[in-house]
Write a protein that binds this ligand. Structure first.
Ligand SMILES: Cc1ncc(COP(=O)(O)O)c(C=O)c1O
Length: 400
């Protein structure tokens, strides 16, 4: 009898963590490594949020709380949905978990039966397919194209839905591409979803506030109110408030689904950290003023990275609307050979050779389900980014 479960063999270890480990190994060995793999802002959590957490500790708010969130946080979340998205939710339609990751996982665990399909646009955040597999469902994919900045079209969505599709996962702005759907582009998708009443929508709005130029963020239930009753709107404080380590995510949706998700959480982790919940109350209710200046910094970095990468013969890098990622194509480099004699046959070979020859750590596209590409996270200093892009330019120029 095998000791490990059969379910475990269905999932793969996180490739982003594998890249981080490899980069750390090289760094420990004394190599000059620039890591562009991390999916978190390099800014510190704002002071008012830290102060709220310290106050919570001092006031003894350190005990178990209601499993799926303290009433004060649920109230702040309802206010956020109204303020930012024009969506009306009551506290019993809201759940809070240990990061958006747990909330998404709870939703899949609470709803998937064997054979149920979850439709995921590729490239995708690495965890979606594996969470679906862990929950006993089947991930299915629909591929974005370079020409549309990796966004899927209404026709593609319509063609990919089957009678077994239970959920459609939507993520805009996207990890790994940074691409954001305009209201018109999203409306085209919601029009398709209206025609398929058996499909529920799980929208991951984690990068809502990280949007640049004049991009207007929208979420499915806002664009198409008819979908409200079958949409789970997921969000969190990790990215916009530089709170990745605090582990607070949340979602709003139909009461029965929210209750079912709470049931899963009640038998796994119980409440998210009480202290982090009080910090999140301050994040959502307090000043939002730091978001705009942070976004100016991200936008400047995005522009520099795109410009430097697009200057490389063989790389095409669409300029994304949001998040802190770019997802350049290396189609023009496939088949070339590095100075050390490595033939670039795919994006994994490219990323490995780049890391070993130049010390620049990026994540290869196959990890996100669309090749040949790689992902850069530009949530790091301007100096490090400039140096990394110069090394990428030199490495690509050395290929023959
Ligand atoms: C698209 C997307 N969704 C969800 C998450 C999870 O965020 P957290 O669990 O920190 O709230 C991430 C984190 O990288 C992400 O990129």
């Amino acid at each position: 009898m095998p000791f490990l479960s059969d379910t475990l063999s269905r999932v793969k270890p996180s490739p982003t963590i594998a890249v981080t480990n490899k980069a750390r190994e090289l760094k420990d060995a004394g190599k000059d490594v620039i890591g562009l793999g991390a999916g978190e802002p390099d800014f510190d959590t704002p002071e008012n949020i830290k102060a709220a957490a310290i106050a919570a500790i001092n006031e003894g708010k350190t005990k178990y709380t209601a499993v799926d969130g303290i009433p004060e946080l649920k109230k702040a979340i309802c206010a956020k949905f109204k303020r930012d998205n024009g969506l009306d939710y009551t506290p019993d339609q809201v759940t809070v978990g240990t990061g958006g990751k747990q909330v998404l996982y709870n939703a899949l665990m609470a709803t998937l039966n064997p054979g149920d399909e979850v439709l995921i646009p590729a490239p995708y955040w690495v965890s979606y397919p594996d969470m679906v597999l862990l929950a006993g469902g089947e991930p299915t994919f629909v591929e974005g194209q370079l020409q549309t900045k990796f966004k899927i079209t209404a026709e593609q969505l319509d063609a990919a839905i089957t009678p077994k599709t239970k959920w459609f996962i939507f993520n805009s702005p996207s990890n790994p591409t940074g691409a954001g759907y305009s209201r018109a582009e999203l409306k085209a998708l919601t029009d398709v979803l209206k025609k398929h009443p058996h499909v529920w929508i799980m929208t991951d709005d984690m990068y809502e506030h990280l949007a640049y130029d004049d991009f207007e963020f929208c979420t499915p239930a806002q664009v198409e109110p008819e979908l409200y009753d079958r949409t789970l709107t997921v969000n969190g404080v990790s990215k916009a408030y530089a709170m990745t380590g605090w582990r607070i995510g949340y979602a709003a949706g139909p009461k029965d689904l929210i209750k079912a998700m709470g049931k899963i959480q009640s038998q796994s982790t119980s409440n998210p950290s009480s202290i982090s919940q009080w910090a999140a109350v301050e994040a959502l209710n307090g000043s939002q003023d730091f978001i705009a200046p942070n976004n100016e910094i991200f936008k400047r970095r995005r522009d520099m990275v795109c410009e430097m990468l697009n200057a490389v013969d063989g790389i095409t890098c669409p300029v994304p609307e949001g998040a802190f990622y770019v997802y350049p194509s290396i189609a023009g480099l496939i088949g070339k050979t590095s100075a050390k004699g490595v033939k670039i046959t795919d994006d994994e070979v490219f990323a490995t050779a780049l890391l070993e020859d130049t010390g620049v750590a990026v994540v290869f596209g196959a990890a996100f389900g669309l090749s040949p590409n790689f992902r850069i996270s530009y949530a790091t200093s301007d100096e490090a980014l400039k140096e990394a892009c110069t090394r990428i330019q030199d490495f690509c120029a050395s290929l023959s």
